[in-house]
Design a protein around this ligand. Structure first.
Ligand code: 5FX
Length: 524
């Protein structure tokens, strides 16, 4: 049950596998959550993990109507639980990044004239010129990527302009492929949304703008000027500017809720819709990152979010406009060799035991006596490299280390690589820097100690299971307040705090100065 009525904001997350919602009260605590899981709750669409992987193994799509129907189902569940929709002041949301939705000519009319007597999916059935939306897992657009980079003067030039070199999943390249392979469907398309702005459009009953932050994941937006790059647009497809609409700051109120939701569910007619954004930017908001902070997710792959003031876009990683401060930026870095690599070394050098692994970290010294190792059993993406590379204190490559040294070399190497790549994107550790750690390995205090020592900053642990959703609700509060230009941090200062796990070992900073340059010269 939803409990007694409370003034609140809703945060939505249209992610790869499910649609989720949370309600966050004025005290910034979550008091309601619900979800619809695509594979389980909408089996008629036949998705696995929310997607269809096509025969070529490269093309990955999701049925757009599945997302619409998931929204119908979740709203009905909320209604059945007695949720008081009239108390919602504002809502915002997140979408899996890069995915795109193609609205067919005439869809705008269908959106503005929704009948409250029918679910959305019955009324929007004929509204899409492409029924299977390409999603972020798609990697079928290599030809379009090479073409875009060539037109723009190379990968680095494109990165300087749009924050990233050309990536297969980035939306401009996906749109280029649709235009080249299905020109009729493309010309029938009156509007192209990201998953985030598509979801916002469903709530608005009209097309929502794309926000700057999610718009940065398209290889189309000039991240400094916050306008579409005319050269990128015309390299991808004709008439694209008009199909995309004008991008807006992420904390913009894009309108009030459609009368459909007022009549069918009892929303207050003044409920504001704040621009939706990508799931990673929304998570940055949910974790309440501030300037100089860094979030490290230690999962199957390791992911880093950074808050940056002056980014230096490079050939690795992505720079996005910051979702909570339009003057600043965020960076996203992905490392493929995360937990699986740690588990392998645990099995080989610590008898398959995490407690042996921890003991080895405690038994060895910060800096590992000058021994360094980099372990990439699968082809790494940051940077593209494979193999295990070990260097002794004399900087000579060696083929093996003693077991304890191997374990510390792995963990120090993983975190040093993260710091070096973060610094390559313009990141600098500041006196107020916090590291927020999440994911499986964040439960291991000895691994976190190495993280604190390498970055010379305290490490906090936080649960990010709902961070995109909760961040969306926080952003809705921010959007409501932003008329008064209130900083995001002030709006969310009452939210639950992350837990301090470890602080750097005294002397860690001095050791950095000796240890780090030596790995820079090793070109990793
Ligand atoms: C980021 O660039 C990604 O492609 C993924 O993290 C998606 O946003 C997942 F939804």
């Amino acid at each position: 049950m939803a409990g007694p009525a409370r003034r609140c904001c809703l945060g939505w997350d249209f992610s790869t596998q499910q649609v989720k919602v949370v309600a966050v009260g004025a005290d910034l605590n979550v008091f309601y959550e619900d979800s619809v899981h695509f594979d389980r709750d909408l089996p008629q669409f036949g998705t696995q993990g929310g997607v269809h992987i096509h025969k070529d193994g490269l093309t990955v799509t999701s049925p757009v109507l599945m997302w619409v129907q998931a929204l119908d189902i979740i709203l009905e569940k909320m209604k059945a639980s007695g949720f008081d929709f009239s108390q919602i002041l504002a809502l915002s949301g997140a979408g899996q990044q890069h995915g795109s939705v193609y609205w067919k000519a005439g869809a705008s009319r269908a959106l503005t004239s929704l009948s409250p007597d029918l679910p959305l999916h019955q009324q929007l059935e004929a509204c899409f010129s492409i029924s299977d939306s390409p999603v972020w897992m798609d990697s079928s657009t290599t030809a379009q990527c090479r073409q875009l980079e060539a037109t723009m003067g190379g990968a680095q030039a494109l990165s300087c302009l749009t924050g990233s070199r050309a990536y297969e999943r980035f939306t401009g390249n996906q749109i280029a492929k649709i235009f080249q392979e299905s020109p009729e469907a493309y010309s029938l398309t009156e509007r192209i949304s990201l998953v985030s702005s598509f979801a916002a459009s469903l709530f608005l009953g009209s097309y929502s703008s794309i926000d700057y932050s999610d718009g940065s994941g398209m290889n189309l937006l000039q991240i400094c000027d916050k306008v579409w790059s005319q050269a990128c647009l015309s390299a991808c497809a004709p008439d694209l500017e008009e199909k995309l609409g004008r991008p807006v700051p992420s904390s913009s109120v894009v309108g009030t809720i459609s009368s459909y939701y007022v009549q069918r569910y009892g929303f207050h007619p003044g409920c504001q819709v704040v621009a939706f954004t990508g799931d990673n930017p929304a998570s940055l908001a949910g974790m309440r990152l501030e300037e100089g902070d860094i979030a490290v997710s230690l999962g199957t792959s390791d992911t880093l979010f950074l808050w940056l003031r002056e980014p230096t876009p490079s050939l690795e990683g992505h720079i996005f406009c910051n979702p909570v401060d339009p003057q600043h930026y965020m960076a996203l870095l992905c490392f493929k060799n995360g937990s699986l690599m740690r588990e392998r070394i645990r099995d080989e050098s610590a008898s398959c035991s995490w407690s042996e692994f921890s003991k080895a970290l405690r038994a060895t010294e910060m800096g590992n006596g000058g021994n360094l190792g980099f372990y990439f059993d699968v082809m790494e993406i940051t940077p593209e490299i494979i193999g295990r590379h070990r260097f002794n204190a004399e900087n000579r490559e060696v083929s093996a280390f003693p077991r304890h040294v191997e374990i510390r070399a792995l963990i120090e190497g993983q975190f040093m690589a993260k710091r070096i790549h973060a610094e390559g994107l313009g990141y600098r550790v500041m006196p107020k820097t916090k590291i927020l750690a999440t994911g499986g390995a964040s439960h291991n205090r000895d691994i976190l100690q190495v993280l604190a020592d390498v970055f010379d900053a305290p490490v906090y642990v936080t649960d990010t299971a709902n961070s995109a959703c909760v961040g969306s609700a926080y952003r809705a509060f921010h959007g409501l307040a932003a008329g008064a230009a209130v900083p995001f941090a002030d709006v969310v200062k009452l939210a639950p705090q992350p837990r301090l796990a470890v602080t750097p070992t005294p002397g860690a900073a001095q050791l950095d100065a000796v240890g780090r340059p030596s790995i820079v010269t090793k070109d990793v």
